[in-house]
Ligand binder design. Structure first.
Ligand code: IPE
Ligand code: IPE
Ligand code: MG
Length: 242
């Protein structure tokens, strides 16, 4: 933490592709679903680490639109992890000033999971220390298509001239309309791909890959990623600053 404070700006928005739950379990001879259950402790670590370091927004990729194609039992196990998390953590999160939002195609969730989403969002509403976005039933392409649809509908209703569409207006039709783009993207389990995550928003995000599986992720991994980020030179397509 001292090194982070001495090393300059902390990323305002950190996004994480939480990957490797299944392999974590398989390596221990356990069913994949136990990997998902054990991932919750790593979520606690990530939230605590962001609060410590002064990160303002944490976005966690918890369930993708493509994850719906996994075996039914695994989807059910992931949904039950969400329900348990909402039950067990909502009040503690609210106490710490963490405001939770769930972003994604939540109309595809079953009624019990949707109720869990409502509960955790309502209980934590107004938290000012950290905004925690849980990306559930989320896909980057789907989000972009959704934005295109919103704008097309406005245009065909005569409420929008197509010449007004620019990157800023487009971003205002995305699920992340009230958020700055992620500064830092972390992916666990050594995988170096985006897997349909925030395709629009990561245009200039710094990436950091952690070798460990998600259930083994600790706040030290987060701090390591932040220190790595602080050594980067962000250019946004321009020439280096003199
Ligand atoms: C991440 O772990 C959790 C989700 C994608 C829902 P995985 O379930 O993808 O675990 P691996 O990558 O198969 O090990
Ligand atoms: C990305 O991981 C989705 C989440 C972490 C929720 P996946 O495990 O689903 O992605 P691939 O299959 O490795 O690309
Ligand atoms: Mg995976």
């Amino acid at each position: 933490m001292l090194r982070i404070r001495a090393s300059g700006d902390v990323p305002r928005h950190v996004a994480v592709i939480m990957d490797g739950n299944g392999r974590w379990a398989q390596a221990r001879g356990l069913p994949r679903t136990l990997g998902h259950r054990n991932g919750v402790e790593a979520v606690r670590e990530a939230v605590a680490g962001c609060l410590d370091a002064g990160v303002r927004i944490l976005t966690l990729y918890a369930f993708s639109t493509d994850n719906w194609d996994r075996p039914k039992a695994e989807v059910a196990a992931l949904m039950s992890v969400l329900q348990i998390y909402a039950d067990k953590e909502s009040r503690a999160l609210a106490r710490k000033g963490v405001e939770v939002r769930v972003l994604g195609e939540t109309d595809r969730l079953d009624a019990i999971s949707r109720a869990a989403v409502d509960r955790i969002q309502k209980t934590t509403l107004g938290g000012e220390a950290l905004r925690l976005n849980l990306m559930i039933s989320y896909g980057g392409r789907e989000e972009i298509v959704g934005a295109a649809r919103i704008l097309a509908k406005r245009a065909s209703a005569g409420a929008l001239d197509h010449r007004e569409i620019d990157a800023e207006l487009f971003a205002s039709a995305l699920l992340t309309r009230d958020l700055p783009d992620p500064d830092l993207l972390i992916r666990t389990s050594g995988e170096q791909r985006i897997s349909n995550f925030m395709l629009w928003q990561v245009a200039y995000t710094e990436m950091h890959v952690v070798a460990e599986y998600w259930p083994d992720f600790t706040r030290e991994h987060l701090f390591g990623a932040i220190l790595d980020y602080q050594r980067r030179e962000r250019r946004f397509g321009r020439v280096p600053t003199a």
